[in-house]
Design a protein around this ligand. Structure first.
Ligand code: GLN
Length: 445
């Protein structure tokens, strides 16, 4: 099969599956590559990739899953998109997501629900649910996602695929629609660990447009050694306790045993402040979101309400009509937490507890190389079962959020099945130790 044929076949397959799964908001029918352009020694050359719809792609609609940006055509591409295209990948389309990446089920998208290919009554997780489903149903080998509180790892877990959120700063955020700037990070999802390693390799590195990107050399992630002999692995007892489904726990324990049988040294440890992670996250993430989303004022970007009488009307009506309920909930929460009189009690307190969580991790990583546990307390839940109860939905992220608060690299690796649905094993490593994750994950997958 030639490169041009691969692109065409991929598009045909995506069109065939999309009416049922709805993994894509925009299918890039113009995607094409001339066979003459193919340079054989580039590993990602001509490989179709799906890109989450909060990552800007020049000339290709980028909506962030929101009515606010339903017709938004970016005039430049995000650094990560530029980099993977420069490596030869073909942008085959933009994937569905929770509105502005706020959600854990892809049910808050303005463009309809994405279904879990393993069981179409179940959610694919979120917010990168479209990317995960596109990989799981075989539409693409790899997809980009973003992870602010678990949005790559939880859908990877729900769809039985690999997904990695790199260290904060490993990858540029320039051109990624901001949700919570101190937490957001772009990462990769794929069927196989080795494919994510190649893509992460291509998109990592310093970017002068993002001064939070790290000016450090990028190792060759493709040099994977599926070897955990002597690796010191910590299992936080808080990750295996109450609230974790029995079937999930059983599969995760099997994965841990596999590491042990292959020479890893496994101990139980404590992550005492992890219990506050969800509360801390919803204050910090919502505060940053309320600030980042101020730019959608009905004037500079996207949606503008009709039938307005004055300037204030433009702001109020455009934002009232353009944003969905979950986004409004976060803006209100964040505005409250940042307001004079409440700032110290909420935002400042959350920032302090965030530091305690970081210190918990530092203590563990003084003695260990890798932290493992479940990615999510449950397997994929039924569509509609949690969307009306935000607190239940938020608690779903309790195991993934700590790594974001500490800026650590973390991944989900498929480890088995419980009640007919996939289970993910989460791996968290030291800053910039993505290779440790790839090595251990290769052994488990
Ligand atoms: N589910 C979490 C939230 O709703 C995390 C989302 C994300 O990582 N983008 O905020």
């Amino acid at each position: 099969i030639s490169a041009a044929e691969l692109t065409q076949e991929t598009l045909t397959n995506i069109h065939q599956l999309n009416p049922e799964i709805n993994a894509f908001i925009t299918i890039n029918d113009k995607a094409h590559i001339d066979d003459e352009e193919v340079v054989a020694d580039r590993p990602l050359q001509a490989i179709p990739v799906a890109i989450k719809d909060n990552i800007l792609t020049k000339g290709l609609k980028t909506t962030a899953g929101s009515q606010m940006l339903a017709n938004f055509q970016p005039i430049y591409s995000a650094t990560v998109a530029q980099k993977i295209l420069a490596a030869g990948m073909v942008n085959i389309g933009k994937t569905n997501m929770d509105e502005f990446a706020m959600g854990s089920s892809t049910e808050t998208s303005h463009f309809g629900i994405t279904k879990n290919p393993w069981n179409t009554n179940k959610v694919p997780g979120g917010s990168s649910g479209g990317s995960a489903a596109a990989v799981a149903c075989g539409q693409v080998l790899a997809a980009l996602g973003t992870d602010t509180g678990g949005s790559i790892r939880q859908p990877a877990s729900f769809n039985g695929i690999f997904g990695i959120k790199p260290t904060y700063g490993r990858v540029s955020r320039w051109g990624v629609i901001a949700f919570s700037s101190s937490l957001d990070q772009v990462g990769v999802m794929s069927r196989h660990v080795a494919d994510s390693a190649q893509v992460l390799q291509a998109m990592s590195g310093f970017d002068q447009h993002d001064n939070t990107s790290a000016d450090l050399p990028v190792p060759d992630y493709s040099q994977i050694k599926a070897n955990v002999k002597g690796l010191k692995v910590a299992v936080p007892e808080e990750f295996m306790g109450e609230g974790i489904d029995a079937g999930v726990r059983e599969q995760v324990q099997r994965g841990i045993k596999l590491l042990e049988d292959n020479g890893a040294i496994v101990d139980t440890v404590k992550l005492p402040h992890a219990q506050y992670a969800v509360q801390v996250y919803y204050i910090i993430a919502s505060s940053e979101a309320s600030s980042n989303l101020q730019r959608y004022d009905g004037i500079r970007y996207g949606f503008r309400a009709q039938d307005v009488r004055n300037l204030e009307d433009v702001y109020i009506k455009s934002r009232s009509e353009g944003f969905g309920d979950e986004v409004k909930r976060r803006i209100m929460l964040g505005t409250f937490a940042l307001s004079a009189g409440y700032f110290d009690a909420y935002f400042n307190k959350a920032a302090q507890v965030r530091t305690l969580i970081i210190e918990d991790f530092n203590k563990i990583f003084a003695d260990y190389d890798l932290i493992v546990g479940p990615t999510s307390p449950t397997t994929a839940f039924d569509i509609g079962s949690r969307i009306d109860d935000p607190l239940v939905m938020y608690m779903n992220d309790i195991l993934t959020i700590p790594a974001n608060l500490a800026g650590l690299p973390a991944a989900s690796v498929p480890v088995g099945m419980a009640d007919g649905m996939p289970v993910g094993l989460q791996m968290i490593a030291k800053p910039f130790a993505e290779q440790t994750i790839f090595n251990a994950a290769q052994l488990v997958e």
